[in-house]
Design a protein around this ligand. Sequence first.
Ligand code: 4H7
Length: 248
Amino acid sequence: MKFVVLTIFPEMIDPFLGSGMLRLAAERNIIDARALNIRDYAEGKHRPTDDKPYGGGCGMVMKPEPLSRAIGAASEIAPTAKRILLTPQGRPFNQAMAHEFAASDGLIFICGRYEGVDERICQELVDEEVSIGDYVMTGGELAATVIIDAVTRLLPGVLGGDESAAKDSFSGGLLEHAHYTRPYTFEGKSVPDVLMSGNHANIEKWRRKTSLIRTFLKRPDLLEKRAFSREEKDVLTEWCRRIEEIVG
Ligand code: 4H7
């Protein structure tokens, strides 16, 4: 999978590509990820990548020509890749999109800076606008790294069987179960008995149950989009009964 990040701050992207899972994925030739500096495609003595907005107002706008040439260079590296603009106006990124992008044939990320990108770039040279959430950042670089991380860990051969993406939060539409490690007692709190029992059927059942209850307590919105198994219905019914007992 090819990733090309177009940015005026490649130094924000490079250390990220050179660490942890992404470095490993690159070493195994599962990904080929690089940042291109948009300024390298700018002309003139000062190689400006921004200019004043037509219509006036404060701030600057990302100039179209250097960006257009940078997108051209990225498309030569990854000809079939989807061109994504990271912007607060984009389609909200989620786990289903991570799977969709993992099945795609490469991704080119365009990282806006200043007050934004000339509209003609958005209309003519971008395939899709994506947002990583409802908040404002000074540039698209962190958004690109977030998406590269979420997509790469889904690629075959990146994670081991144990940490496989199939076991994730969200892969079954639920949050992950609780995790415990040594010591057995920490700040007066011990590990739940079932995890010490060695009974793997019971442990798995407890994990499914805690996943469901945590999702209900922390992210009930996730349950609204989801169907329930017989076992899950029984767990929720049992909790309803217990709550009714307390409320009276
Ligand atoms: C493209 C267009 C993504 C990129 C506009 C990018 C949040 C996200 C940016 C802008 C981003 C996200 C310019 C909008 C500066 C905000 C103050 C870079 N912010 N900006 N404005 N949620 N900013 O994915």
